[in-house]
Design a protein around this ligand. Structure first.
Ligand code: FE
Ligand code: FE
Ligand code: FE
Length: 198
């Protein structure tokens, strides 16, 4: 009787081990399938959708930021970059065409968060002398996200041999860098000193 129970236990253990082994091997197969199916070109495509989503939202946010800003220089900077951003969206659509994919956006939680913070500044600092300094900081956070994305996309495009995409992505990357620098100049100038004087 005892011996029978022991055998039953043993075989139960064995079957648990076997099914654990089976599911582990299933997982391995799934993992292999995933790493086989997804490659750098998928990563490039996904990240392109991410920045396409981001640019479309930035395009909507910039006029609101220009409307909220007080310094004429900051208003001008936001308006100028709004125009540039329209061109950037267009360039991204060209890159989608280069890889034979439809221009498609994929939710970018990062830019939603950054833009939400900008909205918070607009609400919480409305009518204060510190508003422009806050808007500048929010805008720079946006530019830094974009610089990170375009830098990566350009490097991947180069790895994938997409020469024309490299050129297009670099053109936008330079615009984002210049915008960031212009915002820094403004931040170091009147905007921050106005905030200090308040
Ligand atoms: Fe942009
Ligand atoms: Fe993102
Ligand atoms: Fe930008």
């Amino acid at each position: 009787m005892a011996a029978k129970r022991a055998t039953a236990k043993k075989s139960a253990k064995k079957s648990v081990r076997t099914s654990a082994k089976k599911s582990a091997s299933k997982r391995m197969t799934a993992k292999r399938a995933v790493s086989k199916a997804k490659d750098l070109s998928d990563l490039f495509h996904d990240t392109l959708k991410d920045i396409y989503f981001a640019e479309k939202h930035i395009l909507k946010a910039l006029p609101k930021m220009a409307k909220a800003a007080q310094s004429p220089d900051l208003i001008a900077a936001f308006e100028k970059h709004h125009g540039e951003t329209e061109g950037q969206v267009d360039r991204l659509e060209q890159v989608f065409r280069l890889i034979d994919k439809p221009a498609q956006a994929k939710t970018c939680d990062a830019i939603m968060g950054i833009l939400d913070e900008g909205k918070e500044i607009m609400d919480e600092y409305k009518g204060t002398e510190a508003l422009d300094a806050g808007l500048l900081a929010a805008a720079q956070a946006v530019e830094h996200y974009e610089i990170s994305r375009y830098g990566t996309l350009k490097a991947w495009a180069s790895k994938l041999g997409l020469t024309e995409a490299v050129r297009l992505l670099d053109e936008t990357l330079q615009q984002e860098h210049k915008t960031d620098e212009a915002l820094t100049t403004l931040a170091l100038g009147e905007v921050n000193s106005e905030a200090m004087a308040a």
